[in-house]
Design a binder for this molecule. Sequence first.
Ligand code: AMP
Ligand code: MN
Length: 331
Amino acid sequence: MRKLASIQRIKALDPIAGADAIERATVLGWQLVVKKGEFKVGELCVYCEVDCLMPDEPNFEFLKPRGMRIKTVRLRGQISQGICFPLSILPVGFDVQEDVDCTTVLGITKYEPPIPACLNGVAKGAFPSFIPKTDETRVQVLQNLLDQYKGEACYVTEKLDGSSVTFYVNNREFGVCTRNLELVEDPENTIWKIARELDISDKLRAIGMNIAIQGEVIGEGVQGNPLKLRGQTVRFFNVFDIDRREHSSFDKLKDLIRGLSLEMVPIVAPDYKLENDINAIVMMATRKSLVCPDAWAEGIVIRPLIECRDPVIGRVSFKAINPEFLLKSGQ
Ligand code: AMP
Ligand code: MN
């Protein structure tokens, strides 16, 4: 589970041109606006990242007009991501140590966009326990990992802002899932329609193994359709071998998805040497979409060409979100 809120050190404080009452703080790989004088360089604070859904409590009352959600904002030209709170918001007796997770103790949860009406259906059950749910860690908390994997051959795909879907065949049984649920078959449901149109159940069965493919549904009726598509479509980013419990590396992912006449998420770079520079990676994420060149891309996802696992974050795979996209879409 990702740390949405944790104890972090204020790495730097810098002036913002033309602003007297606020300054720019650097925490982890994030930059955010704080009240001038509220923190000192080197001091610890509680840092809450974008997408935190804060509990309805007096300390967080100012977030009520924003639905208690922490979003990206721009203040005096400065992009601000996340919020620093003083340690005093922690319960009395909390053992304060740098990098300690305080998501649960503060009652914070992750904001998840509602599942679009066209994708929702009757739940057949929980998300299958034998397939990992899709998720990506934000690059801004991964400086150590970047230092460790610097120079690693990676691939970069465009991150699409839609809704996660999973199709699988396990013991010949075909299943269709939204981000968190498995769905009962329903001809009106968009994911089942896509499955039928693209003949996904037969294609997966023909592979002859227990396998899941995961992708993003984008288009009309999904997340405000930022890429202005007609209809709906799915772009895949994961192939998972259920019996071996492993994700396929890039070459196999690409070949398998193409071999099934399905589409992958757009490939931004098939061979990228990982840099340990968060700002450079966010710059790379600040780009127009390969699906719709007029629109900002949501961001990028970076993975090693050869799948690998890390003791701290698990699967090595992470996202960098385009700040311009967040501002434009009000996230
Ligand atoms: P978020 O939407 O911020 O929770 O980021 C993680 C989600 O991005 C995953 O669960 C996927 O549904 C989605 N996603 C969209 N495009 C990609 C991509 N190119 N690679 C991996 N995940 C993606
Ligand atoms: Mn998303």
